[in-house]
Design a protein around this ligand. Structure first.
Ligand SMILES: [Zn+2]
Ligand SMILES: [Zn+2]
Length: 351
């Protein structure tokens, strides 16, 4: 037992360790002659207490392995914190650089049940006539499922990453324009840094949260130019967001194109000392990003956290009808030759 405990304790609580079979032998190597000499260490998996070499699964999803996801969440938190207030090899000067926390939404694919709050915490009626409870499963699901644009919803998720890349190119262009520089010249004056995370809204559409920072030409260690302000950055982000577009496939004569939804939220990030209550602190932002880094599509799909092998499985899954339709739409579109590159069947569980 002590030997087994020792082996298990190295896993940090991982509940689904990977079992490796095999052996490893380390030899002494003569640096001068290149000759391989005596054995230094020998490890044979069958001789280990568990009968295998166990290594952490390192899955970052909470639903798959709580312990490994927690490690990932904590690492992400420290990484983002370092990017906001310095530390771990990043200059503390970054805390004074203009940085914002922006949320980019998906467009509408049809009206959904929602919970709108009015003044003094009053809850307004949804379009269906009900005042929904916060926990209501109906929230985020379509008012009229047959009229919801499932095809676009699924294709949006598949193109969101590409749209983000397009946005980041436009953002550099918009920042350069406001600084009176060419895009090429911008590199000698300033650099943009991004940390982004995808979150699934209840309706199953991906949206992005991102920390965006302006540095000097050498990144975090160099002070940004005087023209680089939070206002300039905010303005450039909103212009780049409205311009970014990605052409999608043509399906049965319908040409898809993707752009962000109208609801863009950009907020300046202040240092920890500047916590007036209203402002976003670097700590809150880091915690938020780290939280979503360990989540998949579960907000919309419950426990569906791995690829689907047979579409027949979907009928038996404990997920909402809305999620089921999204998965089925992805699966059906995935059969089309022209959409092969999107790998819609492999990603159907991610909607
Ligand atoms: Zn694990
Ligand atoms: Zn409703």
């Amino acid at each position: 037992m002590p030997a087994l405990l020792r082996q298990l304790s190295s896993l940090g609580g991982c509940t689904h360790p990977i079992r490796l079979d095999g052996h490893r032998t380390e030899h002494h190597l003569n640096q001068d002659t290149g000759e391989i000499g005596r054995i230094l260490r020998h490890l044979d998996s069958t001789e280990l207490p568990a009968g295998h070499l166990l290594v952490r699964c390192n899955n970052r999803r909470i639903t798959r392995c709580a312990a490994c996801a927690e490690t990932y969440r904590r690492d992400t938190f420290h990484l983002i914190t370092a990017g906001l207030r310095g530390g771990k090899g990043t200059s503390e000067g970054v805390a004074t650089h203009p940085r914002v926390f922006a949320t980019f939404t998906a467009p509408s694919f049809g009206p959904v049940h929602n919970r709108l709050t009015g003044p003094a915490g009053t809850v307004r009626r949804c379009r269906c006539g009900i005042r929904h409870d916060e926990e209501d499963d109906a929230l985020g699901t379509p008012l009229v499922p047959d009229r919801y644009d499932y095809e676009s919803a699924v294709l949006w998720n598949a193109h969101a990453g590409l749209l983000w890349r397009r946005f980041s190119i436009y953002l550099r262009r918009e920042v350069a324009k406001r600084a009176g520089l060419s895009q090429r010249a911008l590199r000698n004056h300033a650099r943009l840094s991004f940390a982004k995370v995808a979150e699934y809204q209840k309706r199953g559409a991906v949206h992005f949260h991102a920390v965006i920072r302006i540095d000097g030409p050498d990144g975090g260690d160099s002070p940004p130019p005087a023209w680089a302000t939070v206002e300039l950055l905010t303005d450039a982000i909103s212009e780049a967001t409205s311009k970014a577009q990605v052409a999608g496939p043509v399906i049965d004569g319908r040409a898809h194109a993707f752009a962000f939804g109208g609801q863009l939220d950009v907020r300046p990030i202040r240092g920890a000392d500047f916590n007036g209550g209203q402002e976003l602190t670097d700590r809150a932002v880091a915690a938020y990003i780290a939280k979503y880094a360990t989540k998949g599509a579960e907000t919309a799909t419950g426990a569906l956290d791995r690829p689907i092998r047979l579409i027949a499985e979907v009928a038996h899954l404990d997920i909402s009808e809305h999620a089921r339709r999204l998965v089925r739409t992805a699966w059906a579109l995935g059969a089309r030759k022209a959409l092969e590159h999107l790998r819609l069947r492999a990603w159907a569980h991610m909607l």
